[in-house]
Design a protein around this ligand. Structure first.
Ligand SMILES: *[C@@H]1O[C@H](CO)[C@@H](O)[C@H](O)[C@H]1NC(C)=O
Ligand SMILES: *[C@@H]1O[C@H](CO)[C@@H](O)[C@H](O)[C@H]1NC(C)=O
Ligand SMILES: *[C@@H]1O[C@H](CO)[C@@H](O)[C@H](O)[C@H]1NC(C)=O
Ligand SMILES: *[C@@H]1O[C@H](CO)[C@@H](O)[C@H](O)[C@H]1NC(C)=O
Ligand SMILES: *[C@@H]1O[C@H](CO)[C@@H](O)[C@H](O)[C@H]1NC(C)=O
Ligand SMILES: *[C@@H]1O[C@H](CO)[C@@H](O)[C@H](O)[C@H]1NC(C)=O
Length: 529
């Protein structure tokens, strides 16, 4: 299989016209120069999804490996993936070609410390040192995540991973190894990726690692308890995060001068109707998804609505833990893809078998099909396979909600990107529309006071995706998996992003059209649609 539709891409250096989406910006359009000085643009990946070499050089399996081997992703695994482990120099060169300021990647805990605790694997250490050195030498800032759905399987087996308090000490030790070994060069640390969706999907619905659930959704989990484990996992993630932050702040931050934060999946919630029940349902949905972490991180305790609905199943913080967690971040990372309508559904609370999903008493509906289908229908179990809608105002409303409710913390958009069928054309106009719409939304939010400091698109390459495996992709660069060389090909989106990062202006053309053009007004445009 080869996609290949290279024709167009030879021409688009200067001009691209893409089909219409509602643009958030004014008639004059925007360029990266409209963002505040120091605003960072980059692209992201994660260890298991991009590295390959899963069984090489002393790496042990993580819960992500185990998950992939169940076949849940349609048979694909990250064993080889994009083989960034061997091709990192080539990939750093792609970043340079794209004019990225920064690369967000994650460290594989089980590559660095194969037993989960104890001795460091010299080959793992060497790999991350080489990658970081290569990035620095090419002027690309490393932004590093410590856990991206990939706890060492050995710790999952030993004590149940994140559902046990024992993880706190092991995570803090692992984090300290990273600060000590890489912190002279890495200035942005994120403890845990999508901590909120990892708890929800890993321990309630079961479609992410470590696939635990008792409320049968799509997949038959063999172990788990959807009523209790999501709350335990979050509790110990918060304590692990805070322990790592304490070590960083006490021992490393003064000399290394970096920043540390946590990453959450930022689903934008919108009320299904304007009635006060649905507006309250929206706030409750935010409490259950974002407040679950942001309330402890800002106020030292879980949201009142959660404590009320969940009762004794939600663990309590001691006064000391509460003090440790409160304020334990320099920034919050958000992964943004889509929005949901929320509808009040108090009847959910009457279910005998409660789980995280029903505890919120909120019915969620996808904003792209707001009447016909309930989000993640338990009955059907069908997965929405379509592309995400482009609704720039939904990201603005999320950033506004965080600004208003959590004291306008420094934010990074750590992930934002369009899902397309992996085999589709290199001419990925829907991804270009998505990026230009949401980057514009970030600019509008920043102009309205949001403290957002950077934007990363997911993903640099077409990587191995949870759930979808290799059937869908988000990359700026296509990776030909049938080619033993795993050749990378730039998509239209790579060229669009590169042009934007070099100072190109994104603006309206005639009604219904948007143009990305270079600053040179004497250039002529090439119409592509
Ligand atoms: C889940 O388990 C039930 C009962 O054992 C079985 O009927 C069903 O086919 C299984 N579903 C899947 C998706 O494996
Ligand atoms: C989940 O845990 C709760 C509280 O310990 C218990 O009452 C319930 O029976 C458990 N559910 C399952 C499916 O094990
Ligand atoms: C639901 O979708 C329809 C059709 O796209 C739209 O007209 C309507 O306003 C939407 N409802 C809400 C609550 O947004
Ligand atoms: C289940 O999902 C399939 C595939 O998306 C769809 O065609 C079908 O109508 C759905 N059935 C129900 C009962 O929602
Ligand atoms: C802009 O900020 C103001 C003040 O914080 C707020 O009232 C307003 O709703 C924001 N506008 C948008 C579009 O978010
Ligand atoms: C990609 O396209 C090829 C040829 O058309 C097809 O055989 C293959 O199944 C497709 N793969 C995916 C993941 O869609």
């Amino acid at each position: 299989m080869r996609i290949i539709d290279l024709g167009l891409n030879l021409f688009i250096e200067a001009f691209v016209i893409v089909v219409a989406v509602a643009s958030p910006v004014d008639e004059n359009g925007y360029s990266r120069h409209d963002f505040p000085g120091g605003f960072v643009f980059g692209a992201a990946t994660s260890a298991y999804q991009v590295e390959g070499a899963a069984n090489l050089d002393g790496r042990s399996p993580s819960i992500f490996d185990t998950y992939a081997k169940t076949g849940i992703t349609g048979g694909g695994t990250g064993d080889v993936s994009c083989d960034q482990y061997h091709k990192y120099k080539e990939d750093v060169q792609l970043m340079v070609d794209t004019s990225l300021d920064a690369y967000r990647f994650s460290i594989s805990w089980s590559r660095l410390i194969p037993d989960g605790r104890g001795p460091v694997n010299p080959k793992g250490l060497q790999y991350y040192n080489s990658l970081i050195d290569e990035l620095i030498s090419k002027g690309i800032q490393p932004h590093v995540t410590l856990h991206h759905f990939d706890l060492p399987q050995v710790l999952e087996d030993e004590y149940g991973g994140w559902t046990s308090r024992r993880v706190v000490k092991d995570f803090a030790s692992y984090a300290e190894v990273c600060f000590k070994m890489f912190g002279d060069r890495v200035k942005y640390w994120t403890t845990i990726n999508e901590a909120n969706i990892f708890s929800w999907a890993g321990y309630d619905l079961g479609f992410l690692p470590p696939m635990r659930c008792s409320f049968r959704f799509v997949f038959n989990c063999t172990r788990g308890n959807s009523s209790t484990e999501p709350y335990l996992a979050t509790h110990f993630m918060l304590l692990s995060h805070a322990a790592a932050v304490k070590i960083y702040k006490n021992k490393y931050q003064k000399t290394q001068m970096g920043q540390i934060g946590i990453n959450l999946y930022g689903l934008a919630f919108l009320p299904y109707t304007d009635n006060s029940e649905d507006v309250a349902a929206m706030r409750r949905a935010y409490d259950f998804h974002l407040g679950w972490y942001l309330d402890p991180l800002n106020h030292g305790d879980y949201p009142t609505t959660m404590k009320k609905n969940v009762g004794s199943r939600i663990p309590l913080f001691t006064a000391q833990e509460s003090r440790l967690i409160k304020g334990s971040y320099d920034f919050i990372g958000l992964n943004f893809y889509t929005s949901m309508y929320t509808k009040d559904n108090p009847a959910m609370l009457e279910f005998e078998m409660k789980d995280f999903f029903t505890d919120s008493a909120v019915e969620m509906r996808p904003s792209q099909a707001n009447i016909t289908s309930t989000y993640l229908s338990r009955v059907n179990g069908s997965w929405p396979s379509h592309e995400y809608p482009v609704k720039p105002w939904s990201l603005q409303s999320l950033l506004e909600y965080i600004k208003e409710n959590y004291g306008n913390p420094p934010l990074f958009i750590h992930e934002n990107g369009q899902r397309t069928v992996r085999n589709s054309s290199l001419e990925d106009t829907s991804r270009v529309e998505f990026l230009q719409g949401y980057i514009g939304a970030v600019l509008d939010s920043v102009r309205n006071g949001s403290n957002t400091k950077g934007y990363f698109t997911w993903s640099l390459l077409d990587v191995f995706e949870p759930v979808d495996g290799y059937s869908t992709a988000f990359g700026l660069y296509y990776v030909d998996l049938d080619d033993p060389e795993l050749t990378r090909y730039p998509k239209l989106s790579a060229r669009w992003f590169s042009n934007f990062l070099k100072g190109g202006i994104v603006c309206h053309s005639a009604p219904g059209g948007l143009i990305l053009r270079t600053k040179n007004p004497s250039s002529t445009s090439i119409k592509t649609t």
